[in-house]
Design a protein around this ligand. Sequence first.
Ligand SMILES: Nc1ncnc2c1ncn2[C@@H]1O[C@H](COP(=O)(O)OP(=O)(O)O)[C@@H](O)[C@H]1O
Ligand SMILES: [Mg+2]
Length: 329
Amino acid sequence: MAQPILSANHLVKKYGDHTAVNDVSFTIEEGEVFGLLGPNGAGKSTTIAMLSGLFPPTTGDATIGGCDVVKQVAQVKRLIGVAPQDLALYPTLSGRENVTFFGQLYGLHGKALRERVDEVLGYVGMTERAKDAVKTYSGGMKRRINLAAGLVNHPRLLFLDEPTVGVDPQSRNHIFESVERLNREQGMTLLYTTHYMEEAERLCYRVGIIDRGKLIALDTPRNLIARLGGGIIQVGVAAVDEALAAAVAALPAVKAATFVTQAGVNGDGQPPGEEGRAILKIEASEGNAALLQALHYFNEQDVDVLSLDLLEPNLETVFLNLTGKSLRD
Ligand SMILES: Nc1ncnc2c1ncn2[C@@H]1O[C@H](COP(=O)(O)OP(=O)(O)O)[C@@H](O)[C@H]1O
Ligand SMILES: [Mg+2]
């Protein structure tokens, strides 16, 4: 089997007492779009910073194209492009001048530089506005120039850190299409971070779910979702009742039932305590049967059902199921 293009081994990053990235390991195969999905503060940008040689890990190591990201940083930088979360653009310069500047940093010059800049500006659909100052651009246009800057050295592996945050729908679509085309037409490998589960589901071959610095699941979106089995049902009742949870968990079509600390992502579920409601999360082994059995049991026991949510089988529900909270704050 071919060597993975990227291999991260037990990466740890500490800021003082705070562990921002906690023992993260994964590999990326050449030609894949790999997603890191997690809420704000999960450790996505810190992971990218270590992998792209911005600062070394506290412990652990990583290789890209077989080169150590700390000891062989010059070789690594030739293989990668980075479109960071925080835009690194000069607002008074034009889009073209900004991309040209990045090209010069990579040692391009003359005709080769001009052609390359033209090509990447075209790729992100910014040819027409390329002469205007960056400060006149929309958020989405700035993101597209940021992407062009990451592409200018023709990387084998491109890091895209939350490329769609603060972006209008048109630019967002454009960024999605660029990712798909780069991968399909040029065989480029991408590491894509996001806290939007739809993006990970649409774009990524495999997704690592990260929360509080830890990688808590890693698989294809399809397999991650398949692990939800018969689905998740969330029932609002008046108060936390452990005996009730145990009785529901014992129903034949139910795998597990627990009270959760935060409301679900769908419907109008309220956090426990608010409006006197507690949320019982029911993991079904067989969805319809579990719903019928649970409702029958509540009816029998005279338990008032205050809300009922059938959570969609998607990565948001996977995250909720793993962490008890939703991806977006
Ligand atoms: N320079 C820093 N100093 C101290 N803490 C930091 C610094 N940068 C990030 N952190 C903390 O590290 C954690 C991970 O941050 P980050 O990697 O930016 O997460 P994400 O990109 O997933 O939103 C957060 O708790 C954040 O507050
Ligand atoms: Mg980030």
